[in-house]
Design a protein around this ligand. Structure first.
Ligand SMILES: Nc1ncnc2c1ncn2[C@@H]1O[C@H](COP(=O)(O)OP(=O)(O)O)[C@@H](O)[C@H]1O
Ligand SMILES: [Mg+2]
Length: 327
């Protein structure tokens, strides 16, 4: 019998708009000959399925089921197309664990850990990976800008610790700008990460697992016209993304190795995308963050990398779903 998949999208944060675009791509490329697929919208107002014709149908949260025309539908697996909370930070992963429904993303612990940028670099550093020196702040006003500058060298990056899409983030080159940057970041989050600036080329790379093997996709180099890869650069085209990156093979191999190592250390599942800055002084890739539900819009980085590998998105999503069903 054909298995039934739920593609979850939406979410409770500002990233929901991106979730809908990612889910639209995934929906279009799921192999319908292999699986029945229902797109489930997870919103603060409710969780529901919207049929092509007719009224939306609420999910029964007791067992994540749908009842359509008196017939109950349960799901064999969940495909995650939801950025931000609660689909990328481990909350829904914990819920699906309780119900024993497998899903395509990282597990609860890894999702929660990697959603926190500071905890991510801490674990990576513990395993010997290169990361920027940083300070983790929990509450606005508890540390003076001058104390930060006694510990970290300018320029620094100030980021909301649990954010995404570069919202509330700034690069600070002058001591006098630091306080404003902290205030901006604390508006978005009650935790802030202040990180030393790593000078170098920026690379981002998708990694997934199939039949026990950790596979790195072709690397993308990000060349931004803005000060950094900020929201405008990400979503309004103020950056150039070159896939595959034009880079010496020795550097590419170091980035791929670091990416596969991070995937293994964090016990990742499914497709993740890892951001690095390659520091040419120490000749090492510095890990910035791990995105456990990377964007899947047609223009997104992972779909570009899948195409550069010579695969169709249909083949790629089939591999992810099969891996999830066989785990
Ligand atoms: N320590 C750093 N050194 C240099 N550039 C950085 C640093 N941290 C962040 N950036 C720049 O800011 C961008 C966004 O930071 P990132 O940590 O990936 O957050 P997110 O993508 O979730 O907004 C990166 O793609 C990079 O261009
Ligand atoms: Mg990033």
């Amino acid at each position: 019998m054909k298995k039934t998949i739920a593609l979850i999208t939406g979410g409770y944060s500002g990233e929901a708009v991106i979730s809908y675009k990612s889910a639209a791509t995934i929906e279009q490329h799921v192999d319908r000959e292999k699986w029945d697929c229902y797109t489930i919208d997870i919103t603060p107002a409710g969780w529901f399925y919207v049929p092509t014709a007719g009224e939306k149908i609420n999910i029964d949260k007791n067992d994540f089921s749908l009842t359509i025309d008196g017939k109950k539908i349960t799901f064999d697996a969940v495909l995650v197309g939801l950025h931000g909370t609660p689909g990328e930070d481990g909350k829904l992963q914990g819920y699906f664990d309780c119900l024993n429904i497998p899903y395509t993303s990282c597990d609860t612990a890894t999702s929660a850990l990697t959603f926190n940028k500071r905890y991510t670099v801490a674990v990576a550093a513990f395993a010997g990976m290169a990361v920027a020196k940083s300070l983790h702040l929990f509450k606005a006003g508890t540390i003076e800008a001058v104390e930060i500058l006694n510990t970290l060298k300018l320029p620094v990056f100030v980021k909301p610790n649990n954010g995404g899409s570069s919202i509330g983030m700034s690069k600070v080159s002058e001591a006098a700008e630091l306080q404003n940057a902290l205030d901006r970041a604390f508006k978005e989050d009650d935790q802030v990460l202040v990180e030393e600036f790593i000078k170098g080329r920026e690379f981002t790379i998708g990694v997934f697992k199939s039949k026990g093997e950790i596979i790195a996709l072709p690397i993308t180099e990000i060349i931004t016209k803005n000060v950094f890869f900020d929201y405008e650069a990400k979503y309004h085209g103020a950056s150039e993304e070159i896939t595959p990156a034009k880079v010496a093979e020795v550097i590419a191999e170091k980035v791929r190795n670091a990416a596969r190592m991070a995937y293994a250390i964090f016990n990742c599942k499914g497709i993740v995308r890892i951001d690095f800055i390659y520091d040419e002084v120490s000749d090492r890739p510095f890990l910035l963050e791990i995105n456990t539900v990377p964007g899947q819009t047609e223009a997104s980085l992972v779909p570009q990398q899948v195409a550069a590998m010579g695969w169709t998105l249909k083949q790629f999503y089939t591999t992810l779903i099969e891996e999830c069903l066989n785990q």
